[in-house]
Write a protein that binds this ligand. Structure first.
Ligand code: DX5
Ligand code: ZN
Length: 217
């Protein structure tokens, strides 16, 4: 069974406490927090104060996805704002090894995200240092986009690398996750499924989280 991480990018920001309380009651495992800087990705989402506010109301660990250039500048701030997992983009880090060590020093779990065009093999030297690899299944920047089918192949290759290396990172999928692809992703090796619009645009988001999870059994 996969874990579910609802993305609050698709929540109602004017009712964030209500939406976080829904996640608290639900079978979700993490709260996915999407940080966008308008530079690494074309969109701007929200920043440190909103992450802090989410941390005050969430009972599940915050899974913070930094879609920002040169994320080293903000690692400490997001850790202080409550990040449990801190994920940076491979494409945004010149000295990824140093960044990953820094995340661990701060007491968070280090994750690295890969854009759809980036092969999983680029992480081969650093996989044993990671707690999570996030495979983008859309181009980052916006919720509600169409799932890229090549993701299954990437997840299978990453799961094979994990087995060969005896590393024990989680494989997380982010973008366009829904009831149609959840089971296949889980079979391919996904441990965590991020879901934004599929959860928050449903008439009953709490039941939708439970259904999504059930699909991955
Ligand atoms: C996209 C974000 C995703 C997004 C997923 O850049 O990283 O986490 O919120 O949203 P959906 O599930 O709507 O594709
Ligand atoms: Zn994300």
């Amino acid at each position: 069974m996969s874990m579910i991480a609802p993305s609050i990018l698709a929540a109602d920001f004017a009712n964030l406490q209500r939406d976080l309380e829904m996640i608290n009651r639900s079978e979700a495992d993490y709260v996915h927090v999407d940080i966008m800087d308008g530079l690494f990705v074309p969109n701007i989402s929200f920043g440190i104060p909103v992450c802090e506010a989410a941390h005050r109301h969430a009972t599940k660990p915050l899974d913070v996805h930094l879609m920002i250039v040169d994320p080293d500048r903000y690692l400490e701030a997001f850790r202080t704002a409550g990040a449990h997992i801190l994920t940076v983009h491979y494409e945004a880090c010149t000295h990824l090894h140093r960044t990953v060590q820094r995340i661990r020093e701060l007491g968070a779990r280090p994750g690295v995200a890969l854009n759809p065009h980036t092969p999983v093999e680029v992480l081969s030297e650093i996989l044993p240092d990671l707690a999570l690899v996030l495979v983008m299944s859309v181009n980052p920047g916006f919720g509600g986009q169409k799932f890229i089918e090549n993701t299954y192949r990437k997840v299978e290759r990453l799961a094979a690398l994990r087995q060969a290396s005896e590393a024990d990172f989680l494989i997380e999928i982010d973008g366009g996750v829904n009831a149609q692809n959840a089971a296949l992703l889980s079979q391919a090796g996904a441990d965590v499924l991020v879901a934004g619009n599929f959860v928050f645009s449903a008439p009953d988001p709490e039941a939708t989280i439970a259904d999504l999870k059930k699909k991955t059994r």
